[in-house]
Design a protein around this ligand. Structure first.
Ligand SMILES: Cc1cc2nc3c(=O)[nH]c(=O)nc-3n(C[C@H](O)[C@H](O)[C@H](O)COP(=O)(O)OP(=O)(O)OC[C@H]3O[C@@H](n4cnc5c(N)ncnc54)[C@H](O)[C@@H]3O)c2cc1C
Length: 447
């Protein structure tokens, strides 16, 4: 059988593709024994499925400038805006629950949505094969296509991944193709053919949910450049000499920024952990750390009194009878105030009345509380909810997410160098990217 599409990866974007590809014959090949595993654990099991307001400004690309990213995202986000996703979910009976900042969760749990995607995919006739191990893959170009070198013209260049050249051991021999210009995927010793291939194998974040590097390896084999992947939306560890260790469990609103970099600042709840920091403000800023090769020098900057002006409060006539400890106790959790005073070396001054506090000490206090600098250790993928990096945007056509280098090859979701903010934006990207690939081909190939 020659499928219209083989989709590698039955996670969020692969399943959504199959659910939206009403006019296409689709084979989904999934490594794990169940589909949508990351989706099931997303949003603490309730899946923050989208956000009321989704725009290009809610995304980050490690390898492309913000202006290019914004232009590049427009076709996908325009074709599948948040309102469309919400309408689609409502039409299919998924009950939603709205939380702060427009975050939309599945009220009955992520399983509701995963089951719906499986049902729609099956209704469209998509075949799902679980427990698959992809052994080899090749692109057979149309007659006139080049073998090797830069792709172009009819069907582009032939490319392959995996061991067999001609013949192979253990059921990995390529077969006679049913047509020119198609893909052959050998999985669990069986050959499958399709006119097009969608790589929906996700990124390297949260490896215990089954992330693998196959998507990156296949993209590379087809001639693509990979922007190095980095953990995103992750808690951060701080070195042992960080003065704010020991405050685990404490949470407060704070503004986190990366000074000197073109990264947004986030004013959101911040949580102290055993290792360092977590909470929404930390997760959001962590995505932008790869922009900061100099973060070891400049550091992450934290304002523990966002929207307030400690310098003015220290000078306010009504506060002059207080001491620094007393004033900070009114503004901050006591343990944090004490740790900041200790960290700034102001313990000797903390008991003096503000009226007697030297100018230099005032400045130091402001610095410690409203421009606290720390230098996070390089994060790992283990606790990261997402990853930045992946297939370079410049090599993918934003109109249909088809490779500009390898015709017939498409990408979706986290494998692309697009990383969303916390708040439903990553899953929204999975939906929007899969929808675009499916809808363009629904129209183009089956009018
Ligand atoms: C703990 C956690 C919570 C999250 N919560 C949210 C949230 O609430 N809201 C939000 O927007 N985002 C959330 N995310 C991010 C979101 O889950 C991902 O961005 C999204 O799932 C990416 O979709 P995808 O289709 O690109 O990849 P995935 O959903 O990861 O799917 C990739 C699929 O490919 C399969 N695969 C991998 N390698 C192979 C291979 N070699 N052969 C065959 N198949 C393979 C995988 O098994 C997987 O099924 C969360 C992530 C984590 C880890």
């Amino acid at each position: 059988m020659l499928y219209d599409f083989i989709v590698i990866g039955a996670g969020a974007s692969g399943l959504f593709f199959a659910a939206r590809a009403a006019n296409l014959s689709v084979l989904l090949l999934e490594r794990q024994n169940r589909a949508g595993r990351k989706l099931l654990l997303s949003g603490g099991g309730k899946c923050n499925v989208t956000n009321r307001a989704v725009g290009p400004e809610n995304y980050f690309s490690r390898g492309s400038e913000a202006a290019l990213l914004r232009r590049w995202l427009v076709p996908a986000l325009k074709a599948w805006p948040a309102a469309r996703m919400l309408e689609w979910l409502g039409r299919h009976g998924i009950r939603l629950e709205e939380r702060e900042h427009g975050q939309m969760f599945c009220a009955r749990g992520a399983g509701d949505l995963r089951d719906l995607l499986l049902e729609l995919a099956a209704r469209n006739g998509a075949e799902l094969k679980l427990g698959q191990s992809i052994q080899a893959l090749r692109h057979i170009p149309a007659a006139g296509g080049m073998a090797g070198g830069v792709a172009g013209g009819m069907g582009g260049a032939a490319w392959r991944f995996g061991p067999p050249q001609s013949g192979g051991a253990g059921g990995t021999a390529f077969q006679d193709p049913p047509a020119r210009s198609c893909f052959e995927v050998i999985s669990n010793g069986r050959s499958h053919f399709a006119r097009r291939l969608l790589l929906a194998c996700g990124g390297p974040a949260w490896p215990r949910a089954g992330a693998t590097s196959l998507g990156a390896a296949l993209a590379r084999a087809s001639g693509h450049k990979l922007v190095p992947a980095s953990p995103a939306l992750t808690p951060l560890s701080l070195p042992p000499d960080w003065p704010l260790h020991g405050l685990q469990g404490l949470s407060l609103p704070a503004r986190l920024a990366l000074p000197g970099l073109e990264a947004p600042a986030f004013t959101l709840p911040l949580l102290f952990t055993h290792q360092g920091l977590s909470g929404p403000a930390c997760l959001q800023i962590s995505t932008y750390l790869p922009l900061a090769p100099t973060v070891a020098e400049t550091g992450l900057e934290i304002d523990f009194l966002p929207g307030q002006n400690l310098a003015e409060l220290l000078d306010a006539p009504g506060n002059q009878r207080l001491n620094l400890t007393g004033l900070l106790r009114r503004l901050l959790p006591e343990r944090l105030g004490a740790a900041l005073v200790r960290g700034a070396g102001l313990e000797g001054q903390a008991a003096r009345k503000l009226a007697e506090l030297p100018r230099a000490a005032r400045k130091q206090a402001v610095q410690a509380v409203q421009a606290h600098r720390c230098r996070p250790l390089a994060p790992a993928f283990d606790q990261a909810e997402s990853s930045s990096g992946g297939v370079d945007l410049r090599e993918i056509n934003p109109a249909n997410l088809e490779s500009r280098l390898a015709p017939g090859l498409h990408f979706s979701g986290e494998l692309i160098d697009v990383c969303g903010w916390l708040g439903g934006y990553n899953l929204h990207w999975a939906w929007a990217s899969a929808n675009l690939a499916a809808s363009v081909h629904n129209k183009q190939e089956r009018p």
